[in-house]
Design a protein. Structure first.
Length: 199
C-alpha cells in the first residue's frame, strides 16, 4: 500500500487554526448569541426554523433540524425545524425552474412571516441561498447565514451573517459550522425548554 502524500498533523493544525481565527474575531460571541435569540423568539411566538445548504452544508442543515425535532442533550418537547432536503421537491423545482430556486420555492410555499431561515454556504456565493434570502425579505422572515471566506455576496443579503474567515478548502469551514450548529441547538434547548427534564 502506498503512503499518504499529506501530513495528517498539518491537517489537524489547520483545523485548529481555523477555529482559533473564528474564536478570536471580535463579534463571534455576539453574533452566535444573537442568532440563538432570533430563532428562540420565532419558535416562542409559534414560528419555525427552516434550514438549507448544498452538499455537505445540506447535511449540516439536516443535522440542525433533526436535533431540534428529535433530541440533542435534553429530554424535552420537539422543537419546530425543517431542512429543505426532499429529493422530490429538489428535482421538481430544479427541473422546472432551475437549481437556483430549489430553496426559495420551498420558502414561498412553507415559510411564513415570523419564521427564520438558516442558510449555509461555505463560499458565501451560493445562488440558491441568495434567492432564499430574497424570499425571506418578501415574506417577513429573518435570515441567518453561516458563511465562509469573506462572506461573499450573501453577507449583504441576509439579516445576520456569521462568517468563518478561511480562504482554503471548504472542509475547514464546515468543521466550524458544525460546532456553531451544535451551539445553536444547545442554546435553543437552554432558552426554550425546562432544564429539569435533562439528565
Amino acid at each position: 500500500m502506498s503512503k499518504l502524500t499529506f501530513d495528517v498533523m498539518a491537517d489537524l493544525q489547520e483545523s485548529r487554526q481555523t477555529f482559533d481565527n473564528f474564536i478570536k474575531a471580535s463579534d463571534t460571541k455576539e453574533v452566535i448569541e444573537k442568532a440563538i435569540e432570533i430563532m428562540a423568539e420565532s419558535i416562542g411566538a409559534g414560528g419555525k426554523v427552516i434550514s438549507a445548504g448544498n452538499g455537505g452544508s445540506m447535511c449540516d442543515a439536516m443535522h440542525f433540524a433533526e436535533e431540534l425535532t428529535g433530541r440533542y442533550r435534553l429530554n424535552r418537547p420537539s422543537l419546530p425545524a425543517i431542512s429543505i432536503c426532499d429529493p422530490c421537491h429538489i428535482t421538481c423545482v430544479g427541473n422546472d425552474y432551475g437549481f437556483d430556486f430549489i430553496f426559495s420555492r420551498f420558502l414561498e410555499g412553507v415559510g411564513a412571516k415570523g419564521d427564520v431561515f438558516l442558510g449555509i454556504s461555505t463560499s458565501g456565493n451560493s445562488r440558491n441561498i441568495m434567492e432564499a434570502c430574497r424570499v425571506c425579505k418578501e415574506k417577513g422572515m429573518k435570515s441567518i447565514c453561516l458563511l465562509g471566506k469573506d462572506g461573499g455576496k450573501i453577507k449583504g443579503m441576509c439579516d445576520l451573517p456569521i462568517i468563518v474567515p478561511h480562504s482554503g478548502y471548504a472542509d475547514r469551514i464546515q468543521e466550524v459550522h458544525t460546532t456553531i450548529i451544535h451551539i445553536f441547538i444547545r442554546g435553543l434547548e437552554n432558552l426554550l425548554t425546562d432544564k429539569s427534564m435533562g439528565h
